[in-house]
Ligand binder design. Structure first.
Ligand code: PLP
Length: 443
């Protein structure tokens, strides 16, 4: 079949706008008639730099990213993204405390040798790491679970506080986000504690179809004191640029490109600048070695400070992949002009409502998996006839006959999943809706 004939609802990699892939095919062969394709030019060439600057400018425009944030283009996917967060924000936690410990040690021991001060700093940090280092995770689905497991593996599970495991209140299954009062976040200074290095959540759980409907109230900044602040990290791999986001509430937003933004191979991180040098530098490697926290110091390619300092060109960046992402963003900026990402949000919401609408119309036939209060606009997960194997196979076979593809749920949960990313055309959603109607009514 041709591209136009199929309707693809895969969860990622996901469809891209046809205009972008067609232009991409040309750019891969001979970019702007320069005689070389984008996979072949230097990442340090003026052409590559312009692609990078344009992509940054368009992402900033779409999401209204404030000036005190840095946009980083990295690799290693969403999974690399959650490893990088641990490496960087635990380093920030240590560096902030190292500076305080050093200032205190110098004040208490005027004229002391550097080696003496270093020893005092080490002793104090060792104690603080042991007693106070905490990484808070809200586990609401498979991806935040994986991220929390990665953190446990990297730094050690004793430092990881699973502040919420939504399966506990839901018979062992994901599909809800329990009330914030039930979360056990590490208390901030204002709450009588020492705070955590960061609080992590996955804004949209791709496998389980669970999306945060708004920014959690308990993660809002509590005061001016740095220790009253929660450094909030969100994985937006599967709902990036699909709705308005108040970037200023986050320390780090990251996501792999291969769902809403482009092709695999680019990970975007939006990082608050005060978490980077000069305000916060990476702690000295020798100190990290002595503190012996797993995963630290970590690989240089995950080090936000290094990537920022080199304008995302510390090592070879896949410029073709970046160009694709840049085109998608530029097209959204052009299409929605002053509305920016809110324009795309309205489109996404409308498409999601069409699909949920027909699913809810036939509750005997279709059962949406997550609770109605946390339904994802991007990944619509449902069962057919309560998960009846024969019926679900029949559903998939009927869909394939109509060239409706990629509807099978993730292998870990089964069932159906219709992914409604930005580039899924309304027309394809309408075809799916028609099929859902026809299947439910036996046509
Ligand atoms: N986070 C989310 C929300 C995802 O949906 C995915 C992949 O589907 C990942 C992280 C992991 O991404 P990657 O396969 O690029 O490592």
């Amino acid at each position: 079949p041709s591209r136009q004939e199929i309707s693809y609802f895969g969860a990622g990699p996901a469809p891209l706008p046809t205009s972008v892939v067609e232009a991409g095919a040309k750019a891969f062969v001979n970019f702007n008639d320069c005689g070389l394709g984008l996979g072949e030019i230097s990442h340090r060439s003026p052409t590559a730099n312009k692609i990078l600057d344009d992509a940054k400018a368009n992402l900033s425009a779409l999401l209204d990213i404030p000036d005190n944030y840095e946009i980083l283009f990295m690799q290693a996917g969403g999974s690399g993204g959650f490893s990088a967060v641990v490496q960087n924000l635990v380093s920030v936690w240590i560096e902030r405390r190292r500076r305080r410990a050093e200032a205190d040690a110098q004040a208490a021991n005027p004229g002391a040798e550097k080696s003496q001060i270093d020893e005092l700093v080490f002793q104090r940090l060792q104690k603080e790491v042991e007693e106070e280092l905490k990484l808070d995770y809200l586990v609401t689905g498979s991806w935040s679970l994986k991220a929390s497991q990665e953190a446990s593996k990297l730094v050690g599970s004793k430092y990881v506080n699973v502040a919420l495991d939504s399966r506990k209140a839901n018979g062992g299954k994901f599909g809800t986000i329990p009330a914030e009062e039930s979360w056990s976040l590490t208390p901030t200074k204002k709450e009588g504690g020492k705070g955590s290095a960061f609080v992590y959540f996955c804004d949209n759980e791709t496998v389980d179809g669970v999306e945060f409907q708004q920014f959690p109230k308990s993660l809002e900044a509590q005061g001016q004191d740095a220790e009253d602040e929660r450094l909030v990290v969100a994985d937006m791999s599967s709902n990036f640029i699909s709705r308005k986001v108040d970037v200023s509430k986050y320390a780090v937003i990251f996501g792999g490109a291969q769902k809403n933004i482009g092709v695999t191979g680019i990970t975007i991180a939006i990082v608050r600048k005060d978490l980077l040098p000069p305000q916060t530098a990476t702690p000295p490697p020798a100190l990290l070695h002595r503190l012996n926290i797993g995963g630290l110091p970590g690989p240089v390619v995950f080090d936000y400070a290094t990537i920022a300092k080199n304008n995302s060109l510390y090592n070879t960046l896949p410029i073709f992949n970046l160009w694709i992402a840049g085109q998608v963003m530029a097209d959204l900026v052009a299409e929605f002009s002053t509305q920016k990402v809110s324009g795309q949000e309205a489109v996404a919401n409308n498409k999601a409502q069409l699909i949920y609408g027909v699913l809810d119309k036939y509750p005997q036939v279709y059962q949406v998996v997550p609770d109605a209060s946390v339904r994802s606009r991007m990944n619509i997960c449902f069962r057919v006839n309560g998960g009846d194997d024969v019926k679900e196979k029949e559903f998939i076979a009927g869909a394939e006959k109509r060239l409706l593809q990629g509807l099978k749920g993730h292998r870990s949960v089964g069932g159906m999943r219709a992914s409604n990313y930005n580039a899924v055309p309304l027309e394809n959603v309408q075809k799916l809706v028609k099929y859902l109607e026809d299947f439910a009514t036996g046509q």
